[in-house]
Design a protein around this ligand. Sequence first.
Ligand code: HEC
Ligand code: HEC
Length: 359
Amino acid sequence: MKPTSLTFLLALALLVPPLAQAQAARELPTLSGDDAAAAAADYQRYCALCHGPDRAGHANDHAPSLKSQSLLSTGFPWLLREAVAYGRPGTPMGGYLDEIGGPMSQAEVRRLVLWLYEQGGSPELHRVGIDRIAGDAAAGARVYEENCASCHGDEGQGVTGTALGNPTMLATTPDPFLRHAIEHGRDGTPMAGFADTLSSAQMDDVTAFLRSRATGWKAEPRPLVPPPALADAVLNPGGEAPEFEFKDGHYITAADLDRILKEKRRLVLLDTRVASMWQLAHIKGAVPIPYYSDPEKVVAALPTDGTWIISYCECPRAAADSVNRFLREKGFTNTAVLWEGIGGWVALGYPTAVGRADD
Ligand code: HEC
Ligand code: HEC
């Protein structure tokens, strides 16, 4: 194994990429007394207003429970952290990460999420996985209308239940997590499980229906197609090189990336997350080069004529940073990493596409 693969693995275990969640989360670090006290204070200051002083939820704005065992055992620290960092724009849940204008650093968000797990009794984590659930979205729309719309809203906007049509939620939440909530509900909340009311196929259908809304509630469901080949990775081959200022040495901000994409500049955009995340939602034009790809093959397929190569991930940044480091070691100089990660990109309102090569 090459040192770079090791970096990839480290990024995987320490931070976020979902495949590692099940393994990593069993050994969540324990907070020191000082850290736990600081996290408890942050919770009361920033979260208790809506989620309640005891984390039971529904104190204001129908904020969900943060102590439900069903949530904690399937939510993974990664997923909760995305919700706290980037929020659910369009709902009362804002993003708290300083990078998108919130009051908390990455480390403080992480500490708070670990504290939520500790307070919740660190439940055993279910391996719900991240695979896409196949179902009939049209049939799922009917299931939704009859069983879900009264609480979650006709257009998934959220009423007493959460906003199931929220693009940031859907872009950062794997299907099996939704499916688990539908089947088992969320203990201690109005969300009862549907295990006895709906068939397994109906639960798959309604999950597929929710997924089909990832680019907007009124969007037409679109079939899943294979990602583009790395050989076709160069965007706007006839365009000029992009111009932007680095942030902190090798980062590009979401605003600059959005601008250079709109200016149709020549570049390669790499999505370094696990490939199924590319299917859920990605930045238009990105090619999936997961952190576990063979770095030599990736390098062999990339243009060596100085074309800019921009990487992003979920984390933000661990996986993309390691790919970027590797590219620079291999002599690629025009490389950058998206500062806000895809979570920040979506939360700031920049557009995404779902798993289709040609849009
Ligand atoms: C102004 C009210 C409000 C405040 C303050 C607030 N939240 Fe939320 N939160 C919500 C709402 C409402 C939702 C559900 C959003 C939706 O409909 O998707 C939510 C969702 C969440 C979720 C996703 C849970 C799930 O079931 O997927 C997490 C995690 C969360 N909040 C954590 C926090 C933390 C931690 C804080 C403090 C740093 C916080 N929230 C502050 C209202 C709030
Ligand atoms: C009686 C009202 C009610 C009905 C009916 C209902 N839900 Fe919910 N649902 C909720 C509430 C409230 C929550 C938030 C639970 C909490 O506090 O943690 C929720 C949470 C969820 C979540 C977790 C969302 C997240 O952001 O983590 C999913 C997924 C979900 N519901 C899907 C469905 C589907 C699909 C149906 C129909 C088959 C349905 N619900 C029917 C009230 C309802």
